[in-house]
Each structure stands twice: as structure tokens, then as C-alpha cells.
Write a protein that binds this ligand. Structure first.
Ligand code: SF4
Length: 189
């Protein structure tokens, strides 16, 4: 029941995100095969998301599971703050349907803890929102929005896990996300 309701919740989140990406499409360069978002991060997720992620993992072919296990093993001795997601196989998410919420928000302009715009990692690689990024001051540049003749001013969305998990729909569906922590903390015990 919990998983069914979580899937309903995800449907709604996916639709909202589809609109967000569509609205800002002139700034977005996401395409199949690009995996920058999954190559550097700590991927905060909840217990429920982890459970759902592992349901996806269980359905994978044995050789892919083996690769993931090896990736997880490597994480034990690596940088635990910023790492390549162990579920990223051949530059593609092996558990795409079951990926956590944070992965669904990758690529958009969000708000950091202080309410300032937080650019996706790929901005510095010349991709999403790079044309309006003031490299020197590391901030959004309104001048660049006008100079580049963008039709809309980009919106900053507050998509932190805390916000998403407290959406009215989550309460309506009785979703209990459980404790949230970095993905690595679920994987390495
Ligand atoms: S779970 Fe999938 S989408 Fe999320 S960071 Fe890992 S590879 Fe990327």
C-alpha cells in the first residue's frame, strides 16, 4: 500500500517537474547519455526512497547487479561527500524508474539553504543555465538573461527533499518517508 501510494506521489512529482523543465526549456540542455548530475553528489534520500530504489535494483540482470556491488565496494574507501552514484552504469541510470526524488530534480535551478539560486553541476560544464551564469561572481546574471534574448526569466524552484516530502499530497496519501540521509549511508553499513 505504502509503495502504491508512493508511486502515485511520484506520478504527481514527475508531472510537476515536467512542467518546470518545459517552462525553462530555453535554458536546459539535458539529453540522453549525459550523466554529469549523477557523477558528483551525496544524493540525500529517505528510507522509503531507498526501499523503492532497491526494488528497482532487485529487478536488474545479475551482471549489472554485480557491477553495482563493485561500485559500492569502491565507495567504502572514497570521498563520501561527493561521488559517482554506484547505480550509474555506462553513463545511464540502471534504476531509472525507481530513482530517488532528488535525481528527478537534477538539472533545474533550485534554492539553496539560504534562499539563493543553486545552479546544477552541469552549469559549469557549459550546459543548463550556463548562459546566464556569472562565472566571476558565481551567481545568476540578470544582464545575461537580457543580453542573450531569453524569452522568460528563469524561475528558482524550492525542491529540497524537506519541501517535497511535506507537500500536502504526501500527507493526503499517508506517505511515511522515514529517516533521510545520504545514499551512501544506506549502502555502506
Ligand atoms: S540513482 Fe540513477 S539518477 Fe540517481 S544519481 Fe544514481 S544513477 Fe543518477
Amino acid at each position: 500500500m505504502q509503495i502504491n501510494n508512493y508511486e502515485k506521489f511520484l506520478e504527481s512529482i514527475n508531472e510537476d517537474l515536467r512542467k518546470i523543465f518545459e517552462y525553462q526549456k530555453e535554458y536546459i540542455y539535458c539529453k540522453k547519455g549525459c550523466s554529469y548530475c549523477c557523477e558528483r553528489g551525496d544524493y540525500p534520500i529517505s528510507e522509503l526512497e531507498f526501499k523503492y530504489l532497491m526494488l528497482g535494483y532487485e529487478k536488474l540482470e545479475p551482471d549489472i547487479k554485480e557491477e553495482i556491488k563493485k561500485n559500492i565496494k569502491k565507495l567504502k574507501n572514497g570521498n563520501k561527500e561527493s561521488y559517482v552514484c554506484p547505480f550509474l552504469i555506462n553513463k545511464s541510470c540502471s534504476v531509472y524508474k525507481n530513482r530517488p526524488i532528488v535525481c528527478r530534480t537534477f538539472g533545474v535551478l533550485t534554492e539553496d539553504a539560504k534562499g539563493n539560486p543553486s545552479f546544477p553541476f552541469c552549469t559549469t560544464k557549459g550546459l543548463n543555465f550556463s548562459k546566464i551564469y556569472d562565472k566571476k561572481n558565481k551567481r545568476l546574471s540578470s544582464e545575461l538573461v537580457y543580453k542573450n534574448n531569453f524569452k522568460i526569466f528563469p524561475k528558482i524552484f524550492c525542491l529540497s527533499n524537506k519541501v517535497v516530502m511535506n507537500l500536502p499530497l504526501a500527507k493526503e496519501l499517508g506517505i511515511d518517508f522515514g529517516e533521510a540521509k545520504k545514499m551512501i549511508d544506506f549502502l555502506i553499513k
